[in-house]
Design a protein around this ligand. Structure first.
Ligand code: COA
Length: 187
């Protein structure tokens, strides 16, 4: 478990988190809708998330995904950071995803949580690279990536089915051997 700020920690998701995850997704249903696949009503149930976490825990030994939650000190889940599609061999790469609760945005939680996830990817998972993809107009997410040393590597037309439409995404990568040199436009 890592501390993000005075009131939040970053920790692995675990058995028993289903109820808090369902509450978090219900609180943030409108906030996340423009940035995620369309969710059916079952997604907002505790049982759906408890099953999903159990599946993740059972698959964990294969090492294909790392799922973390941003938890507030009252025990509620306020966001997520995932390293998905971990591939080894000549690639040694993973896909990064994240979100933060609507009422807790703008206080650096995503920037710090991504920083810690990258440290885990480099030091513990021994990965070479992390990739992220944002909608073209997702400026807040692009700021989080810039602060963590990601560079833009391309534009992928109709890359993901988000909010019901195949939408263009900007692709970013962070090469984990490289030091962070600061975000563009900042000393
Ligand atoms: C993107 C998201 C994770 C950012 O979380 P956060 O905890 O608020 O992020 P931080 O506080 O660490 O940093 C946010 C940055 O975005 C900037 N920002 C916030 N809203 C913005 C907006 N509407 N336009 C431009 N920049 C914006 C902030 O100023 C800050 O940049 P700065 O540090 O250079 O000032 C959060 O807004 C979110 O969950 N969005 C919906 C889901 C999503 O987009 N996930 C990512 C998919 S790729």
């Amino acid at each position: 478990m890592d501390r993000l700020d005075a009131a939040h920690t970053l920790r692995p998701v675990g058995i028993g988190d289903g109820a808090a995850l369902a509450r978090a997704y219900r609180r943030n249903r409108e906030h996340l809708a423009p940035w995620e696949p369309v969710r059916d009503d079952g997604f907002f149930d505790e049982g759906w998330h408890e099953h999903d976490v159990a599946q993740y825990v059972a698959d964990a030994p294969a090492g294909r995904n790392v799922r973390l939650v941003i938890a507030s000190d009252d025990g509620e889940i306020r966001g997520r950071v995932n390293l998905n599609n971990i591939v080894r061999g000549a690639f040694c790469s993973a896909d990064l995803g994240y979100w933060v609760e609507s009422t807790r945005q703008g206080r650096g939680l995503a920037t710090r949580a991504v920083e810690l996830a990258l440290r885990h990817a480099r030091q513990d998972l021994m990965l070479h690279r992390v990739q992220a993809a944002t909608l073209v107009h997702n400026t807040a997410s692009q700021r989080v990536l810039a602060a963590n040393g990601f560079e833009q590597i391309g534009l992928a037309p109709r890359y993901l089915l988000i909010a019901g439409a195949w939408q263009d995404h900007i692709l970013f990568q962070r090469l984990l051997e490289d030091p962070v040199t600061g975000r563009p436009g900042r000393p």
